[in-house]
Design a binder for this molecule. Structure first.
Ligand code: MF3
Ligand code: CO
Ligand code: CO
Length: 262
């Protein structure tokens, strides 16, 4: 399928959905502390989405081809977990890093964003991995403008992350988003300048690099969802949903609690 160009009305609906997704992260941040379980984070976010925002948590029972239905309302990926971590009885410990990934549906439109959170006192290496991954995402975002190509985004992310000594996960990518959770295009977080789909005003997609401190290889756990690094090295991820505008980009998943761009 070609990448859709959103109408002004669709863009306005996406602004709303994306802001609400970001506000779930703002809401949960003060709760991400030593001792809370990922299952408790899931319940808090679920109740906030459903009862306060009147949004639908898109992950709950999400069932793409080849998967069992996802059992929770958010993804919580701790330390060597790369993405799609299923919340449960695991309590966060001092020094953990955790990605919380939120996707809400409002009036039929999806907003998708994730941030890294540091639990208590986090080691220097984990801090650096989170910071480099955040900067890599933003270097990708700054390549977004009409006339550039998806490969320009992937190249910027890959060059920066690999120069820092890290590796890029290849099996998962950013994605178009709108009335569908995942639609074309696939936004690879590696690539060559000047290659791939041409960016046009009105496209909306996520940029969500997963960056490993060690090797890029991953495994899926027996739960059918949780992705971990094969070498058990730490992994980090940040995600924004981006609109291509006439003069560049608009980050749709910004909110008051989002960290400032680097
Ligand atoms: N939010 C994830 C993404 O960024 C997808 C999660 S799918 C789930 O694309 F089923 F695991 F929730
Ligand atoms: Co996404
Ligand atoms: Co996401």
């Amino acid at each position: 399928m070609p990448t859709s160009i959103k109408t002004p009305e669709e863009i306005q609906s996406m602004r709303t959905a994306c802001y609400l997704a970001a506000k779930v992260l703002d809401f949960i941040e003060p709760h991400v502390k030593v001792g809370i379980t990922t299952g408790e984070l899931d319940r808090l976010c679920h109740d906030y989405m459903v009862n306060v925002q009147h949004t639908i948590p898109a992950p709950l029972h999400y069932c793409p081809p080849g998967h069992t239905p996802y059992p929770s309302s958010i993804c919580t990926s701790v330390n060597h977990q790369v993405c799609h971590g299923i919340p449960g009885s695991r309590a966060l410990k001092n020094g953990d890093i955790v990605n919380i990934d939120i996707t809400v549906i409002k009036d039929g439109f999806h907003g998708d964003t994730s941030r890294m959170f540091q639990v208590g006192e986090v080691g220097k290496q984990a801090q650096r991995l989170c910071a480099v991954t955040y900067e890599a995402m933003w270097l990708g975002i700054r390549e977004v403008r009409p006339g550039n190509r998806l490969g320009d985004i992937g190249h910027a992310i890959q060059a920066f992350a690999e120069n820092a000594g890290y590796s890029i996960v290849r099996e998962f990518c950013g994605h178009g988003i709108g009335r569908n959770f995942h639609e074309d295009p696939q936004v690879l977080h590696y690539g060559r300048k000047g290659t791939g789909t041409l960016l046009q005003t009105g496209m909306i997609f996520t940029i969500e690099p997963m960056i490993n401190a060690g090797r890029r290889d991953i495994r899926q756990l027996a739960d059918g969802w949780t992705i971990v690094t094969a070498d058990h090295s730490l992994s980090a991820q940040w995600e924004h949903t981006i609109l291509v505008t006439d003069d560049g980009y608009e980050v749709l998943t910004l909110s008051e609690g989002a960290p400032p761009p680097p």
